[in-house]
Ligand binder design. Structure first.
Ligand SMILES: O=c1ccn([C@H]2C[C@H](O)[C@@H](COP(=O)(O)OP(=O)(O)OP(=O)(O)O)O2)c(=O)[nH]1
Ligand SMILES: [Mg+2]
Length: 151
């Protein structure tokens, strides 16, 4: 498949051999690795900002990147993101950083170059707001938070 090009800058030369790549043809996420030279011990409840050694410049307001936990780390070890989801703006040019939060019950050791999170490139719609006094009626109206019932 012909994929759109995105500029990537290698900040830590050691990452050059292990750049993010789709693991399978159908993968949505690109795994990001820890750019650290020694293991980091993340105690229960602790959060640390981990560098990835790379930067990407999406350079298109109709795109963004989202950083998400890896399912295995989150489910088995309680390792998720301190900001729950990371949002990368299309004009951000700095190093991609991953906030790692140990919400589990045991200290977790992050190894150098370990895959710590995944990045998904997503389409974005930027809008202009048009101020109105009333909305045209809709089926839902202002009902939310379970207003359609439970079952
Ligand atoms: O998990 C993350 C989240 C954000 N960023 C970078 C890219 C993003 O474009 C920038 C700003 O993120 P965000 O807008 O979510 O943070 P903020 O607290 O609103 O900071 P700012 O005032 O810089 O917008 O930080 C990361 O590297 N990792
Ligand atoms: Mg912001």
């Amino acid at each position: 498949m012909n994929k759109p090009k995105v500029e990537l800058k290698i900040i830590n030369p050691a990452m050059a051999q292990q750049l993010p790549a789709y693991a399978t043809e159908g993968s949505a996420g690109l795994d990001l690795r820890a750019s650290i030279d020694a293991p980091i011990h993340l105690a229960t409840g602790e959060t640390q900002l981990i560098p990835t050694g790379i930067a990407v410049y999406l350079n298109n307001p109709q795109w963004a990147a989202m950083l998400l936990p890896r399912s295995g780390l989150g489910h088995k070890h309680g390792i998720v993101l301190g900001n729950l989801v990371g949002l990368i703006d299309s004009d951000y040019q700095g190093e991609l950083m991953v906030s790692m939060w140990n919400r589990g019950t045991e200290t977790f050791t992050i190894q150098p170059f370990e895959r710590i999170a995944q990045m998904v490139i997503v389409p974005v719609v930027q809008v202009d707001f048009q101020i109105v006094d009333e909305f045209a009626s809709s089926q839902r109206g202002a009902g939310g938070f379970g207003s359609t019932g439970k079952a």
